[in-house]
Design a protein around this ligand. Structure first.
Ligand code: CTP
Length: 396
């Protein structure tokens, strides 16, 4: 299932570049969004117009376009996976050394998404100790190598070095992205910050943008789950999601509690108000009447309500902390969750409104697993991988 996944397809200078056009077509047909990056020599083998026609976006070539001051970072963060097919010996060498003088190798250096490489070269070049050293280095870095196959090569030669067929690269991408791994799962996700009315025009709210919860929902849907997103933020346009728009903690509680027992997994990523005005004014509060005294009352604890259900789903809570994750360990235990995702909203690149997030997972035994700062979609991807692992070992 590659529908909705974002693939950067890197094409380097080899005759097998013609196969990349077919690979791009397979990806687009599967519903993936594809952006291509051509190296200078790839231009001799494949025309940009062909790729633009297939993917709907002109290929990227270098750092110096008008559209972005840092195209390598844009592409690296956008990608759910980076796939280089064909990859020449020269490209493998650059990647193995961590060079970044061209756009494609800079993207690979900057991304935290899975990287797939489909080598294509003459047998002598493939079997040369230098290439084999580079191959070993790439494998050690976690790069997924697809192929090469043995068969006819450019110039009439026959031997190992032929690029894997597009269908094989496509299947490897599906596997790398855990495609369809959540098929058959019913998932509920909450997102956004609730708003508690003070009067008809004002509310008590918080800084949550909903981006993290929306990424969690989008990623689950892309992996084949049936997803209900209950959100207090402007919902994204994600095909295939059931979206329930709510505003207050009370509305969110009703929407969640009515559905949670029918779900396999509930991820409560919303920033829910803990208190609300006890008596919101029916008409607008007037300045002339002076500052109002706001009496607050507790809102329903949505997570506690789910944890108390007789048939409760695998339950994932989020904890917005303003300090180290260790403070969230006690919270995980007291809330009875199967997993708590803690993030320090005061850390750089983390928390409300940012595109990235730095989180720590608190496991049921109190173990803290700190992750590096990642794009929110990548955090969501890794979170689903961990949930799948934990569920495969547990009873829920
Ligand atoms: N949550 C909830 N209902 C509430 C408040 C929070 O379900 N009324 C959920 C959030 O969606 C989140 C988890 O509880 O998954 C933890 O939220 P957090 O605000 O960190 O927890 P609190 O218990 O409110 O802790 P704190 O005292 O730090 O605010």
């Amino acid at each position: 299932m590659l529908a909705g996944r974002r693939i950067v397809l890197g094409i380097t200078g080899g005759v097998a570049a013609y196969k990349s056009a077919h690979l791009a077509r397979l990806l687009v047909q599967a519903g993936a969004a594809v952006r291509t990056v051509l190296t200078d020599s790839a231009h001799h083998f494949l025309g940009p117009a062909t790729l633009a026609g297939i993917t709907g976006t002109a290929p990227e070539r270098d750092f110096w376009g008008e559209a972005s001051p840092a195209p390598h970072l844009d592409l690296a963060r956008w990608a759910d996976a980076v796939c280089i097919a064909p990859a020449t010996a020269a490209t493998m060498s650059r990647l193995a050394q961590g060079l970044s003088e061209d756009l494609l190798s800079a993207v690979v250096l900057a991304t935290r998404a899975p990287v797939l490489v489909a080598p294509a070269m003459h047998s002598e070049m493939w079997s040369h100790p230098a290439t084999q050293r580079n191959l070993a280095a790439l494998l050690a870095d976690g790069v997924i190598i697809v192929g090469p196959a043995s068969g006819p090569l450019a110039g009439g030669d026959v031997g190992p070095g032929r690029m894997a067929e597009p269908e094989e690269v496509f299947a490897a991408l599906e596997q790398a992205l855990g495609g369809g791994a959540l098929a058959g799962w019913r998932v509920l996700v909450t997102a956004g910050g609730t708003r508690e009315p003070v009067d008809p025009v004002r509310y008590l709210g918080n800084r949550s943008s909903g981006k993290m919860g929306h990424a969690v929902a989008e990623e689950a849907a892309a992996r084949g789950a049936a997803v209900t997103l209950i959100t207090a933020a402007e919902p994204p346009e994600i095909p295939g999601l059931e979206v329930v728009r709510v505003e207050t903690a009370e509305e969110m509680a009703r929407a969640v509690w009515g559905r949670a027992e029918a779900c396999d997994v509930a991820v409560l990523a919303a920033a829910v108000a803990d208190f609300r005005p006890a008596r919101p004014a029916a008409t607008k509060l007037r300045r002339a009447d002076g500052p109002p005294a706001l009496a607050l009352e507790p809102t329903p604890d949505i997570l506690a309500g789910v944890a108390a259900l007789a048939h409760r789903p695998f339950l994932v809570g989020f904890a917005a902390e303003t300090g180290p994750a260790e403070g969230a360990v006690a919270k995980a235990a007291s809330k009875g969750v199967d997993l708590l995702v803690a993030n320090d909203v005061t850390a750089a690149g983390s928390g409300f409104g940012t595109e990235t997030n730095q989180v720590a997972l608190i496991l049921p035994d109190g173990t803290v697993e700190a992750w590096e700062c990642l794009p929110k979609r990548r955090v969501a991807a890794r979170l689903w991988e961990r949930i799948a692992e934990l569920r495969s070992r547990g009873t829920r």
